[in-house]
Design a protein around this ligand. Structure first.
Ligand code: SF4
Length: 419
């Protein structure tokens, strides 16, 4: 069985580099003017060119999202964008609007077109419709079950892609005005504020400040708040059902999330076909729980679940580990590190590096760029650290979020310079 592609989000250049470093076969990127998730730190024109070139230089594919719902006033700019992309040559564009599909077929016919999940492909007839028009891949609606996917697979030859991990819209494939009404940021223009995940209460107009008891527990009710999709246990089933590409959601998420999720899914995709696959899942699930998540669900892949299987009933995201820094380069056992958090001598950190999973290392010493020993450094500072064998350039360093509370205090040594 051919292994499906692992497709990761890349909201900016650092995320692109992280996704490829941890094993993505392909990335999806966007230009902020034409992409849902318009606030996802998308690429500007020249950055888009560099991003596609970077992916190709690393033997990966780059797909560019052009999945806005265009109005007449947008068409001129979409045509200009098609000309630009014809020059940049991404491996595909991702579109949902038939008008934009038409523009790309006319202006840039050499670029493959993938049909976005926003186009709500939920049946074999729609799949054939796009196949007959010349689309090369369909990103199926998240509302489909595995059995429905099998039927589409049996009736079409076009490549199929599904989301396997990440946030789920509580509305039908993101067709939603909650964020638009409550925060003046439209999900349909890619600016969703995730308003469905806020904590809500009811208040009767004449009883200001008195919240009516719609609560399911003492912290409130989160009636529109979905858990995150996680299909890592079931990738062999999806591969066998005929899926060609596994997509990870999250162009808005940080590199800590991206690294852990891509690394886990890379290992899982590579393990498809192994007899011990099921036994490996616990380790991957543990890794996935370390970065931002809202509890996990298998969505609609196995049919409609009970509401309690979907509903995330806590107020905030869960995350057991926080990002400490990014390894810029390594020479011998010394690494130059860009910090993303405060780090103190004596802290216990983990390296998100192959072979070092779950191992903790105490920061015994650290130096500033001039070579002075220091006891503490802050976010955005560059420091030098001693690192274990196996740490590579672009690896992430992180730590248990609870560690700081129980951390022992290290007294400064002679010659230390506090930052
Ligand atoms: S508010 Fe929630 S349901 Fe609506 S588009 Fe945003 S994430 Fe999706």
């Amino acid at each position: 069985m051919k292994k499906p592609e692992l497709l990761a989000p890349a909201g900016d250049f650092e995320k692109l580099r992280t996704a490829l470093h941890y094993g993505a076969d392909a990335v999806y990127i966007g230009d902020s003017r034409f992409s849902l998730r318009g606030k996802a730190g998308n690429f500007q024109r020249n950055e888009l060119r560099d991003a596609v070139a970077y992916a190709h230089a690393h033997n990966a594919r780059a797909y560019v999202t052009v999945n806005i719902f265009a109005h007449n006033r947008d068409l001129k700019f979409v045509e200009e964008h098609a000309l630009l992309l014809r020059d940049i040559r991404p491996d595909a564009v991702i579109v949902s609007d038939p008008g934009i599909f038409s523009i790309f077929r006319r202006i840039a016919p050499e670029i493959d077109i993938h049909i976005s999940t926003q186009a709500n492909i939920t049946n074999a007839e729609t799949a054939r419709f796009w196949e007959d028009l010349g689309a090369r891949r369909l990103i199926l609606a998240r509302e489909l079950s595995v059995d429905e996917i099998r039927e589409i697979r049996a009736k079409t030859r076009i490549a199929l892609e599904v989301f396997v991990h990440g946030s789920i819209c509580i509305s039908y494939s993101g067709r939603c005005y909650i964020s638009s009404f409550l925060a003046s940021r439209s999900a349909n223009s890619g600016e969703c504020t995730n308003s469905c995940r806020w904590s809500y209460s009811l208040m009767e107009e004449k009883r200001q400040g008195e919240y009516l008891p719609v609560f399911e527990d003492e912290r409130g009710t989160y009636i529109m708040s979905s858990r995150d999709l996680c299909m890592i246990d079931h990738l062999p089933l999806l591969a066998e059902a005929g899926i060609d590409s596994f997509k990870i959601e999250g162009r808005m998420k940080g590199i800590n999330y991206l690294a852990g999720v891509v690394k886990s899914y890379r290992e899982a995709v590579d393990a498809i076909g192994r007899e011990d696959y099921a036994g490996l899942c616990a380790g991957w699930r543990e890794e996935l729980s370390r970065s931002s998540n809202r509890g996990f669900t298998t969505g609609m892949f196995f049919g409609k679940q009970s509401d309690t299987d979907y509903n995330f009933d806590e107020e905030s995201y869960r995350m057991s580990h926080e990002l400490v820094g990014v390894v810029l380069d390594v020479q011998g056992n010394r690494a130059r590190v860009a910090l993303r958090n405060r780090l103190d001598r004596g802290d216990e950190v983990e390296f998100l590096s192959s072979g070092l999973e779950g191992k903790r290392f105490e920061v015994a010493s650290m130096d500033d760029p001039e070579g002075f020993a220091i006891t503490s450094a802050r976010n955005e500072e560059i420091i030098f650290l001693e690192v274990p064998a196996g740490v590579r350039k672009h690896d992430l360093i992180r730590r248990d979020k609870d560690f700081r509370g129980s951390k022992k205090v290290i007294a400064p040594v002679a010659g230390d310079r506090d930052c």
